[in-house]
Design a protein around this ligand. Sequence first.
Ligand SMILES: C[S@@+](CC[C@H](N)C(=O)[O-])C[C@H]1O[C@@H](n2cnc3c(N)ncnc32)[C@H](O)[C@@H]1O
Length: 411
Amino acid sequence: MAAELESPVGTPAPPPASTLPRPWHTILKHAALPTLTHDEQTRFNVVAAMNRFLAQQLLPRVEAAAKQSVEPALEAELGRPPTDRHEYRRALERNLTWRIWSRMRRATMEMRQQAGQLTVLRQLPGLVNTCRALNATGDQLHLDRAFSPPRYLQSLPAHLMPGGYVGERVTDDVAAGASYEIGIYATLGGQSGPASDRAGRATVAWLAEHRPGWQPRRILDLGCGMGANTLVLARAFPEADIVAIDAGAPMLRYGAARARALGVDNVRFIQGDIEQPPLAAEAPFDLIVSLMVLHETSRPAVQRIFAASFQQLAPGGLAFHLEQPPYRDKPLLEQCLRDWDGRYNNEAFWSSLHDTDLVACMREAGFAAEAVRETTANAVPVEPPPGQTLQEDYGRGGAWYVVTGEKPLAD
Ligand SMILES: C[S@@+](CC[C@H](N)C(=O)[O-])C[C@H]1O[C@@H](n2cnc3c(N)ncnc32)[C@H](O)[C@@H]1O
């Protein structure tokens, strides 16, 4: 079938122009944060504005094109309604409106990563020294020089991040962490808050609602990255001892320095594989979380991470795994939109994770059937302004799916 070139008939008027996203300079400032020139900030502001345009203005046109032209043409071609998202996506890929939206969305990610690299690499020696100085005292950083990250983290740079989370170019490299912090703020247009910590705030809000008054004393954050969300837990539970583990030394160096710069001193950042956390001396934990991590690991890895969270959980404790919502039961167009990262954004495990029954995985990991629960978590969004609604930017929303597991108190 030839590429669909015409605009769909009767395309609805785009929704009222939304305000621009929050400008980059509204990001949380701290001593480890890279400094950005006016032009560097502008690059990120362009990325954020493009994302806002794509989600708010172009996506409704993609949806109209799918309904009015792609779906009828596909049904005529197949002689039946489409039944799975893969055949639906192949048809979408022949539609010009989809192709423009998808290509531009990919371009925003490429631009973000390039802008992040340019900004961080030109000041890397200074950033390394700042983080070294912040990490020189205290007990917050534990790296393992003999550690080799899992192969998928070394060979698959998630969401087009040059070098991924684990790549190192210089001694004591912090580029991955620094670039992640300044870039994710742009991709989300500040929607995750000045500290890009909405998942952490959603977690704490969920705990306040579902376990009111609970004060976990030992907390484990699996796949903490640069620790933005870990610090929300650290502040919510100031008496707790928090272990934050990740494979990426540049993420951990930056995260530990960032925590120090922000005056948080109850988190220890430890390098290791969350499939087999090297924490025999630390366990058990009252609360074990993973926040937006599972989509970056393979299906067998997810099973091992759940098994580790069961083994390392204290009696009466809670395992809490937060992710983007599964979409396998959604309408096919929505499945394709939510599946976009798995196809075009170097998220190799995204699609298979969302086809996985995480409740079954938790039970297989050792949790009793009645102790496993599917739930949702959210935090108060930064926007929209009064009177406006923002169309969801699929795959980047702040309304998360959570699977939890509880360990019974010992007899
Ligand atoms: C999308 S980031 C999320 C980071 C953090 N939880 C947050 O909320 O910002 C995923 C993180 O998981 C880490 N990760 C993935 N698989 C891992 C593994 N097997 N062992 C340790 N860390 C892993 C990556 O290095 C990366 O920092």
